[in-house]
Design a protein around this ligand. Structure first.
Ligand code: SF4
Length: 234
């Protein structure tokens, strides 16, 4: 390839990357006004989850990048009718690079497969932030604000019929700081024009098994919304 052609391709690619960042609410790097004018009108290049994953790359946009082993993008069907959104990867997820693979993840898989009668691969599972917070602390406001555009983009690509927010942090990140999981779980709300059901996080259920009954009621609501059969006396 001629150097001039190669340079033109690199510039075009950069232009698209920057336009995409801007379109999902991330601040692109500063550029001079003349370059900025050149970038105006660029169209996004991210159409699939694979595109988005490669766009995120070895992300260092927030401080959570410093302690992570692996970025946990999310997994499941790109055509999922139901998306589960948790809080953040934990230790095992960080090591595996996959969401919900520890004890809480095993419980979530049981809830999906034994409870709802779906396969784990049929739904999509991800988190508010994609990198593990140190010592499993809550993700901080700036980290959530930096990472959440990627989640929004995942939802835009998947276009699920229902979102299930798992736990307080997911609920507050999507619905606002005032959200109270104990009082407001089980009530439908809307996020990006998609019905959203907040329920308890599986890690909470491991600590307080008595809350499983309420969570099951919330999952049945989701099943009804998706037109799935809810067995009598279930
Ligand atoms: S948490 Fe999100 S924004 Fe922060 S480094 Fe990881 S992928 Fe990037």
């Amino acid at each position: 390839m001629k150097p001039g052609t190669e340079l033109a391709e690199i510039v075009a690619h950069l232009k698209n990357l920057m336009a995409f960042d801007e379109s999902i609410g991330l601040d692109p790097p500063r550029v001079t006004s003349s370059v900025s004018r050149y970038l105006e009108g660029a169209s996004g290049i991210v159409r699939t989850l694979e595109d988005l994953r490669s766009h995120i790359g070895d992300c260092k946009r927030c401080k959570l990048s410093r302690g992570r082993k692996n970025l946990v993008f999310g997994e499941g069907s790109s055509k999922a009718r139901l998306v589960f959104v948790g809080e953040a990867p934990g230790r095992e997820e960080d090591l595996a690079g996959r969401p919900f693979v520890g004890d809480a993840g095993k419980l979530l898989t049981k809830m999906i497969e034994n409870g709802m009668g779906l396969k784990r691969e049929e739904v999509y599972i991800c988190n508010i932030v994609k990198c593990r917070p140190p010592n499993n602390r809550d993700p901080e406001k700036d980290e959530i604000a930096t990472c959440i555009p990627f989640l929004k983009e995942q939802l835009r690509i998947i276009q699920p019929e229902v979102i299930c927010a798992l736990g307080r942090v997911a609920g507050q990140s999507l619905m606002g700081r005032g959200f109270n999981i104990t009082k407001e779980r089980g009530r439908w709300v809307s996020y990006m024009n998609v019905p959203l059901m907040p329920t308890f996080h599986p890690a909470y259920l491991l600590r307080y098994p008595a809350a499983k009954r309420q969570t099951w009621e919330d999952l049945k609501e989701i099943m009804r919304c998706l037109g799935l059969e809810v067995k009598k006396n279930a």
